[in-house]
Design a binder for this molecule. Structure first.
Ligand SMILES: *[C@@H]1O[C@H](CO)[C@@H](O)[C@H](O)[C@H]1NC(C)=O
Ligand SMILES: *[C@@H]1O[C@H](CO)[C@@H](O)[C@H](O)[C@H]1NC(C)=O
Ligand SMILES: *[C@@H]1O[C@H](CO)[C@@H](O)[C@H](O)[C@H]1NC(C)=O
Ligand SMILES: *[C@@H]1O[C@H](CO)[C@@H](O)[C@H](O)[C@H]1NC(C)=O
Ligand SMILES: *[C@@H]1O[C@H](CO)[C@@H](O)[C@H](O)[C@H]1NC(C)=O
Ligand SMILES: *[C@@H]1O[C@H](CO)[C@@H](O)[C@H](O)[C@H]1NC(C)=O
Ligand SMILES: *[C@@H]1O[C@H](CO)[C@@H](O)[C@H](O)[C@H]1NC(C)=O
Ligand SMILES: *[C@@H]1O[C@H](CO)[C@@H](O)[C@H](O)[C@H]1NC(C)=O
Ligand SMILES: *[C@@H]1O[C@H](CO)[C@@H](O)[C@H](O)[C@H]1NC(C)=O
Length: 785
């Protein structure tokens, strides 16, 4: 237990008056102490590369381990890093009763320097050449080591084990906890996050994308400079981040150091202790996890965005925001004005003003995604009291609340941030108050109203379904996971998917549907393309998108994605193998048997029930026809084509509309007034039901007798005269069952809205749970529409 005295006297000017020298010892015995103002400020490792003790930070001292070297020393570990720095009168002692303590000032209480309770008293301590400071127990076993408690650095030979994390320092001069962390997760993934975030995928900015198989993983830096994810038991590498190679082009000893730097980037450095010139060192960067500081999420604070240039990286506030602290721009920005927009409260004194900033994007979760062109996005945000900022990218409008997190100037002009600022109305040029109210009133329209409702709804949905982060795939794009958003496609992708729009499967007045296959070959899709970019076509596109984008029901055709590039607008739906219900019913060869038809009628009713009563917003389809019911591979009926759909607010019973829809299915009241309610769908459903019963269209001209031309009146006559078997021709069907269906169908096509049942009653009647009420006497128009 020889004490090796001062191998290399290093002179540090610690104060104006005192030079001190350091002691190199392989073993530190109880009773030893250190003090910044004596000639013993640190304990050196045998090689003299590492030291444990006091290092100056400003006019105070930190306690830790550093790489000795000239001109700079590099702190690699800090004890009690978030405690205040200590004064020049502090002392560190390894006490006779085996504790490592610090007395921070003259006469102050002694505090432990090790976080954990020691299992037994320390009998000695050592500063090892690896940079590990250890305490030994009675039997020279290691009872505590600094390698087990990394701060922001791991050194050659050190592991970052499962569950451990590195936390960056505030700056190169302040080693207290900073803004980023680097976590060796229990799932085997090594991930970097801003420090104040959960382990969520959307907060991660770097990941190793490894995962635990049979054994847990750890990050290991070996003494030859290989940085790798290693299996903790059984050995072997899972993933090599930096390969060891002959890198010692300089003479001398090398030390490797991997640090989560204060800018959030994890880097591997090499230090050389030059031969014959100790302690002068040189250092170089060996590897860096990321190249640009703007890739680090949270590099700039809330409401500011990161911009990288040849001059370095800077953080800037969005329009209408000021730095919280001008001298520390990383802290982010806050609104310059105190105006607030309250939902549901009209405040004529303030007006939203939207400022666009191109080439900036951010990675937050939106509360609503809408496929809108930029000016529509701007308008939609302006009018939506829940929207404080919007991101427009590739034809999609992402509306969000403040704060803006993780904003980044990418220079990609297809991204635009729209920031809403509330300014006193009098500052708004050219728009007087009444005009404004008029504009808002007129332009809002039904779409804007339901947009904000969907907004609230989808926000809740999102809140409800946010999942904990497990693995990050490095190529994951901004935005929330696919399961609750629509996928955005490029026109080209869909052109390829449909083989150049060759196979047309359906056609409407403004659109056509093409058969396609996903590029990965995973599934068939139906691509609906707006063929003529008329205002009405656009409106139908929006309506369809809004209604189907938020409907999830097994009897509603599912929207999978969309593409919007200027006037090219496409929707991608699940592919329905068996075509429309019309194809099925009106083809003598394919006509399904009675029991199947009853099932299909019930499925359509369930789909309508979802739209009318189970969906957060009430949706009126307005175009229920056999053409718009599609059959999938297992003959499940699904409602499609929501181009005419209307969304109602919770307390709204009807909405104004133009008369559209398909001849023969349009409810008579729509021809008198322009108010549409769910009862219009009931009417159409009634017609559809009678078609399902009879397997014929509601209007055919090539029939033998003139009174068969209109389905409803023919069915009614047959019902009155007891000639129901005529309806199903020679099919063998239980007459009771037919009678029930016919009664329900006729009830649905009543002229009087009050008599038409609700869809839930229709289902109860069809299932035989409730009786079908008596049919009233017909009014002439009922069966003549
Ligand atoms: C400095 O070290 C010498 C021995 O190297 C010792 O005699 C002296 O007392 C020390 N001075 C102080 C102030 O501790
Ligand atoms: C030493 O530190 C100064 C200031 O922090 C820095 O400019 C210089 O590059 C450093 N030198 C080395 C060799 O790291
Ligand atoms: C250390 O071990 C010796 C025997 O090896 C024993 O006498 C002594 O009490 C032990 N000390 C402590 C603190 O456990
Ligand atoms: C010290 O360690 C040796 C071998 O590990 C063991 O045989 C002995 O019992 C230990 N002694 C004490 C006092 O712990
Ligand atoms: C790091 O992990 C390796 C492999 O599990 C192990 O051999 C080595 O002793 C560990 N190093 C430290 C300092 O614990
Ligand atoms: C490191 O790279 C060299 C060639 O560059 C290769 O031969 C060697 O196998 C690699 N080492 C490991 C551990 O993958
Ligand atoms: C930020 O922008 C840079 C280019 O300036 C890009 O490389 C980086 O991936 C972006 N980071 C994020 C989080 O979007
Ligand atoms: C770099 O800084 C100089 C001086 O501060 C300034 O004039 C110049 O515009 C900056 N360049 C960039 C790309 O920011
Ligand atoms: C309103 O926004 C425009 C940019 O869209 C901006 O030029 C103007 O200064 C803003 N008005 C006020 C009063 O901030």
């Amino acid at each position: 237990m020889a004490i090796v005295q001062v191998a290399h006297p290093l002179l540090f000017l610690l104060s104006l008056f005192l030079y001190t020298q350091q002691t190199t010892s392989s073993v530190i015995n109880p009773g030893s102490s250190l003090s910044p103002i004596t000639n013993c400020t640190s304990w050196l490792s045998p090689s003299g590369f590492f030291a444990f003790g006091f290092y100056p930070e400003g006019d105070k001292y930190g306690i830790g381990i550093w790489l000795v070297g000239k001109p700079n020393k590099t702190v690699v570990w800090t004890a009690n890093r978030n405690d205040p720095l200590v004064s020049a009168y502090a002392t560190i002692k390894l006490t006779k009763d085996g504790k490592l303590v610090v007395q921070t000032d003259r006469g102050s209480q002694e505090a432990s320097l090790v976080d954990s309770e020691l299992s037994e008293p320390a009998t000695s301590a050592s500063m090892l050449d690896s940079g590990n400071f250890v305490l030994h127990g009675n039997n020279s076993t290691v009872i505590w080591e600094s390698f087990d408690f990394p701060t922001d650095t791991i050194l050659g030979g050190q592991n970052l084990s499962e569950g451990q994390e590195l936390i960056s320092s505030k700056s190169s001069l302040d080693h207290s906890s900073g803004r980023f962390r680097f976590s060796m997760q229990l799932d085997g993934n090594l991930v970097a996050y801003p420090v104040n975030s959960g382990n969520n995928r959307q907060d991660a900015y770097w990941a190793s994308n490894t995962f635990t198989t049979e054994t847990s993983l750890q990050l290991n830096l070996d003494s030859r400079g290989t940085l790798a994810l290693q299996r903790a038991y059984g050995g072997g590498y899972e993933k090599i981040l930096v390969n060891h190679s002959s890198y010692s082009s300089k003479e001398g000893s090398t030390v490797y150091r991997a640090t989560l730097d204060d800018d959030g980037i994890f880097r591997l450095y090499i230090h050389w202790f030059l031969k014959g010139d100790f302690p002068s060192t040189s250092m170089s960067l060996r590897w860096s996890a990321l190249q640009h500081q703007c890739e680090v999420k949270g590099f700039c604070g809330y409401n500011s965005y990161c911009r990288g240039s040849s001059n370095g990286t800077s953080c800037d506030c969005f329009h209408g925001f000021d730095f919280i602290d001008e001298s520390n721009r990383f802290l982010g920005c806050r609104r310059s004005s105190n105006y607030e927009q309250h939902c549901g409260v009209e405040d004529g004194n303030i007006t939203p003003n939207i400022t666009a900033l191109r080439g900036v994007e951010f990675g937050d979760h939106p509360h609503l995604i809408l496929p809108l062109p930029i000016h529509e996005c701007e308008r939609s945000c302006r009018e939506d009291c829940n929207c404080e900022v919007a991101l427009h990218k590739k034809g999609s409008c992402f509306k969000m609340k403040l704060p803006i997190i993780y904003a980044n100037a990418t220079g990609d002009e297809s991204f635009t941030v729209l920031v809403k600022e509330l300014i006193p109305t009098k500052l708004m040029p050219g728009i007087e108050k009444y005009k404004l109210v008029l504009i808002v009133g007129v332009s809002l329209g039904s779409i804007a109203i339901f947009c904000s409702l969907i907004a609230a709804f989808s926000f809740l949905l999102y809140r409800y379904r946010v999942h904990k982060y497990t693995r990050l795939s490095i190529d994951s794009t901004l935005g929330p996971p696919r399961e609750f958003t629509l996928q955005s496609f490029s026109y080209k992708e869909l052109e390829e998917a449909t083989n150049g729009f060759t196979e047309k499967i359906r056609k409407g007045s403004f659109w056509a549907v093409y058969k396609g296959i996903m590029s990965d070959g995973s599934k068939r899709v139906a691509v609906k393309r707006l063929e003529r970019a008329t205002p009405r076509g656009e409106k139908e596109f929006q309506a369809e998108m809004a209604a189907t984008g938020h409907s999830h029901h097994k009897n509603i055709v599912q929207l999978l994605g969309f593409s919007m590039e200027s006037s090219r607008k496409l929707l991608v739906f699940e592919y329905m193998e068996n075509g429309s219900l019309a194809d099925l019913l009106f083809d003598v060869e394919r006509r399904p048997p009675w029991s199947e038809r009853v099932r299909i009628a019930l499925e359509v009713a369930r789909g309508i029930l979802y739209l009318h009563e189970e969906c957060e917003l009430q949706i009126i389809h307005c175009d229920i026809t056999t053409q718009n019911i599609l059959m999938d591979g297992s003959q499940t009926a699904k409602i499609s084509n929501f181009g005419l759909a209307k969304l109602l607010m919770p307390n709204q019973t009807g909405t104004a509309t133009e008369i559209r829809g398909t001849r023969g299915y349009v409810a008579p009241e729509l021809q008198r007034s322009a108010m549409v309610s769910t009862k219009a769908d009931i009417y159409s459903y009634g017609v559809l039901l009678l078609e399902i019963v009879c397997c014929r269209s509601n209007m055919v001209v090539d029939v033998s007798s003139a009174d068969e031309v209109l389905l409803c009146s023919w069915v009614y006559n047959c019902y009155i005269t007891g000639e129901l078997p005529k309806l199903v021709k020679d099919e063998q069907v239980n007459m009771k069952s037919i009678e029930r269906m016919v009664q329900i169908g006729l009830l649905c096509v009543q002229d009087d809205l009050e008599i038409r049942p609700l869809i839930k009653d229709v289902i109860l009647m069809m299932e035989g749970i409730t009786d079908v009420p008596r049919l009233p006497c017909p009014t002439p128009s009922s069966y003549l529409s």
